[in-house]
Design a protein around this ligand. Structure first.
Ligand code: NAD
Length: 286
C-alpha cells in the first residue's frame, strides 16, 4: 500500500511559497499579511491560532493575531472584520471558530470579503467557488486534491465517494472531484448501508467526523482511501481518523494516515491561499 504522506507534500507546498512571498515582498515592499481574529479563551483554539502564526512565519508571510475578549459583542466583532476588510495592508482574514455562544458564525461568514477570505468558506466565497470562479478554494478539500496530484493519482473517470456533506469539507470536496472529472456520490448520516457505496468506489474521501468508522471490509480492493477525520481521543489516547488505517495494508492501493495525512495540508493550503489573495490584490501573476 502506498502511504500518501501529507506531511511531505505540505512541506513541498510551503517551500514552493517561499520564492512567491519573496517576489511579492520585493514588488510591494512588504510580505503578504494574514490577520487572524480569535474571540475568547478556548485553549485549543489559541493553540491552533499560534500554530498558524508559526506556519506563516516559516514561509515569510506576516500575521497579526487579534485576540478579542470573550465578552466581545457582535457589533464589536463585525466592526473589527469591516476594518480588516478595508485595511490596505491586510491580504487574508481568518476568524477562528468556534465562537463564543452569544456570537453568530452566520454573521461572520456573511461579512468577510471574499477577496480576503483565506479559508475560502464565507457564503460569498462558496458561491464563487461553486460557480467555478473561486477567489481561493476551501483549504482541506484543496489539500486532498494537492496530495492526489502530487502522487500523480488522476481522478478522471474514477467512481468517487465522499462521506460527509459539510460546507467545510464534504460539499466542496465533491465539487473539486467533479471538476476533476470523477463521478461523485455524496454519502451522509442518513445514507442507508454506507458500505454498499464505499465498496463500489475507486476513491473514497471520508469526512464523517466519526472515529474509526470504516475499515478494510468497507473498501474495494486496490481502491484509494483519503481520511479527513481527526479525533484527539483514539485508542491509547492517540490522534486517529475516521478510518481504521492499520487494516488497509495489502488491500487498498493507497491511503492517507492520521496523523500525517490531510491535517498538515490544511494549514499549508491556508498559507497558499493567503499568497494567492495577496498576489491577486496586487495584480501579480503567480
Ligand atoms: P461535520 O460534523 O460538520 O460533518 C460531518 C458529516 O459527516 C455530516 O455531513 C454528516 O452527515 C456525515 N456523517 C456523520 N456520521 C456519518 C455516518 N455514520 N455515515 C455517513 N456520514 C456521516 O464535520 P466536518 O467539519 O465536515 O469534519 C469532518 C471530520 O474531518 C471531523 O473529524 C473533523 O475533525 C475533520 N476535519 C479535519 C480537517 C483537517 O485538517 N484534517 C479539517 C476539517 C475537518
Amino acid at each position: 500500500m502506498l502511504i500518501l504522506n501529507g506531511r511531505e507534500v505540505a512541506k513541498e507546498v510551503r517551500s514552493s511559497l517561499i520564492p512567491r512571498v519573496e517576489n511579492f515582498s520585493r514588488l510591494q515592499g512588504r510580505p503578504p499579511h494574514l490577520s487572524v481574529i480569535i474571540v475568547g479563551d478556548d485553549s485549543a483554539s489559541h493553540v491552533y491560532v499560534k500554530n498558524k502564526k508559526i506556519a506563516c512565519e516559516s514561509v515569510g508571510i506576516s500575521s497579526t493575531i487579534h485576540a478579542l475578549p470573550a465578552g466581545t459583542s457582535q457589533h464589536e466583532l463585525n466592526t473589527k472584520i469591516q476594518s480588516l476588510n478595508n485595511a490596505e495592508d491586510v491580504d487574508g482574514i481568518l476568524v477562528q471558530f468556534p465562537l463564543p455562544k452569544h456570537l453568530s458564525a452566520d454573521e461572520v461568514l456573511s461579512l468577510v470579503a471574499p477577496a480576503k477570505d483565506a479559508d475560502g468558506l464565507t457564503y460569498a466565497s462558496l458561491g464563487y467557488f461553486f460557480a467555478g470562479k473561486p477567489f481561493v478554494k476551501p483549504c482541506t478539500p484543496e489539500g486532498v486534491m494537492t496530495i492526489l496530484q502530487r502522487y500523480r493519482i488522476s481522478v478522471e473517470g474514477l467512481k468517487a465517494v465522499v462521506v460527509g456533506r459539510s460546507n467545510i469539507v464534504g460539499k466542496p470536496m465533491a465539487q473539486l472531484l467533479t471538476e476533476a472529472n470523477a463521478t461523485v456520490t455524496v454519502c451522509h448520516s442518513k445514507t442507508k448501508n454506507l458500505s454498499d457505496y464505499t465498496r463500489q468506489a475507486d476513491l473514497v474521501v471520508v469526512a464523517a467526523g466519526k472515529a474509526r468508522l470504516l475499515g478494510k471490509e468497507d473498501f474495494k480492493k486496490d481502491s484509494i482511501v483519503v481520511d479527513v477525520g481527526m479525533h484527539r481521543n483514539g485508542p491509547g489516547g492517540k490522534l486517529c481518523g475516521d478510518v481504521r488505517f492499520e487494516e488497509l495494508d495489502g488491500w487498498v492501493k493507497a491511503a492517507t494516515p492520521v496523523p500525517g495525512g490531510v491535517g498538515p495540508m490544511t494549514i499549508a493550503i491556508l498559507l497558499q491561499n493567503t499568497c494567492i489573495l495577496a498576489e491577486k490584490r496586487a495584480g501579480i501573476k503567480s
